[in-house]
Design a protein. Structure first.
Length: 121
């Protein structure tokens, strides 16, 4: 017997991921984060992909002075593959940092040592 509730749940989540990707794309977000949400749309339909990465991704919301956003992006980018920064609101200086739960501890320490003031929200 097919568990239609589970399939419906995946379909709803896939729609949310696709809607998120569209919103981010429409607001000039980095291509990496838009592609991530598109990939998640596909992963919602594949339990093997979904289970493999279920606990890996972590999204951290932060606020910094808007004039420092570009510097934050460059600094995090220069750290290798610890995270990806996406601007979510240029006016308010709000950003989203995509990382993994395994990298977050190290990335957070490095962010706190950077010459910019960052508030995690």
């Amino acid at each position: 017997m097919v568990d239609t509730d589970k399939y419906n749940e995946w379909f709803v989540m896939a729609q949310k991921e696709l809607r998120s990707a569209k919103i981010l794309f429409d607001h000039d977000a980095d291509n990496e984060i838009v592609c991530f949400h598109c990939q998640q749309t596909l992963a919602q339909n594949d339990p093997q992909v979904n289970d493999k990465f279920a606990d890996a991704d972590l999204i951290i919301k932060a606020r910094i002075d808007r004039s420092e956003i570009q510097m934050l992006c460059k600094l995090v980018e220069g750290l290798g593959h610890l995270g990806i920064v996406t601007t979510t609101d240029k006016v308010l200086g709000e950003v989203m940092i995509q990382t993994t739960k395994h990298c977050w501890t190290e990335l957070k320490k490095l962010l706190e040592q950077m010459p910019i003031e960052i508030e995690f929200i």
